[in-house]
Design a binder for this molecule. Sequence first.
Ligand SMILES: [Zn+2]
Length: 557
Amino acid sequence: MNNNSKVLALKYRPKTFKDLIGQEVVAKTIYNSIKNNRSANAYLFTGIRGVGKTTIARIVAKSLNCLKGIDQLCSEEFCENCKSISNSNHIDVLEMDAASKTGVDDVRDLIEFSRYGPATAKYKIFIIDEVHMLSKQAFNALLKTLEEPPEYLKFIFATTEIKKIPVTVVSRCQRFDLSRVNSVDLFNFIKEVKNKEKGKINDEALKLIVKISEGSVRDALSLLDRALLNQNEKSELELKSAQKIFGYLDKSYLINLFKFLFKGSEKEVINIYRSIYNQGIEPKIFLNDFLEILYYIKNISSLKLDGTNFSLNDVEFKEIELISKEISPEILLLFWQFTVKTLDELDIVSNQNLSMEMFLIRLLYLKEDKIIETKKDIALKYENYSNNINKSDKIQPSKDEEDLEIKNKTISQIKNFFQEETSNPERKIDSKIKKIEITSFENLINLCNENKELKLKYELETNVSLVSFVDKKIEISFNENLDKDFVKELSLKLYEWTGQRWIIAFSKKIGELSKKQKEDIEKSKIIEEVKKKDTFKRVLEIFPDAELIDVKSKDNE
Ligand SMILES: [Zn+2]
């Protein structure tokens, strides 16, 4: 937060219950209880950041201690008490941030202090912000005082994480859940502030502020501040400029991307994605916005376009309406599922940008009904297939003709699927990618090792037999232990390393022995040789039960 936004947030900080935005019910309840001398011993305010928890805490403190009484609560001219409370230096009103003072000793000091009545005000009040940060012992220490507080003592707690507060504490407080401020209220509020500040910002840009701040008044004010700093003397600040200022993704890009996605134009889809990425939009934000548009496409028919819609403007609304007519709900749901999954996996991939491109390309293929079915088939048959070849390392013709048929089909389907994915030669690789040449299978295994892709390396050495390795095409056979995601992962890595698409095909041929098999054979040969040696025979004479299990060469040590 820059200094200026602090000023704005401070300047427009609510001073009385009436100033509060969107918390009318809470304000009224508290007002009534204080008015009727039935105020709670402890108040607990919970809600997301910036909805006014500490602001309300101070208003409550002022309402309890204002010299003019709750109905004339100071808003312009402050009485002594209100003045000190507003400046956080009232002798009887202690504010504590539990984020920095979490220990039992801090709480003990506080309780010690609570043993004496207020010095100047009616009530002694402890305001504890982020109260969930207190340690367990600190809560226990607090509990006794909370159970039987003296008449003059009041607690006001604020927290963003109510679940972390012991039930025993919560149950002794009057709890208020502050809701996010609704969009219309927030819009009216920042528009009023904008007018007071003589700002030139149009309504669409203000709506964007409301949308980004997700119901937090503080966030909205801070964004408004940035907008005010960036405005132009001559003209109003418009949506486009606001989007730039806030680093917000223009929806029209995404809507366009969807259009091409549903048309099946890979080249355009990737180009649009790259231009989004080049604007500095992070993959995570991209995926979340992507989900949002998906939601609209699916549900546009039940949405209304009116003043209360803060997410779409009229052009976007119409475009989404058009798209939604063209595409079936099944596909949208499938897309949704796939996007959520990708979002989940985002943290485990090293090059998020590349996986975004792969993600989009996959969607292109998912789209075709036919391919969706094929994929389901592949998954099923692939499973059968790998189960069937369990018994031996090589693929033998099955006695069951039908089975064989499935195997053959599966192999060619898997091949086709990956070949299709590689079919667009126009796509150029990101300049950031280092182009590495991989010339042999051995080479590939070493590369996995260098890049710490140990799982891939293990699979390649242990569960895969090489049939052929020529010009970006690897043909392999494999045993039953091969991980089901092996091809997917290897393809992704190969693309990452070389900037080119590789074809990985399963072959019915037996292939070379795997590296592990070769090593095992080599070792058993050596063991046999050693067994023939005199040294070993002498060992056997002394220890007749001895068995030779492993042999290590001195050179390797
Ligand atoms: Zn006052």
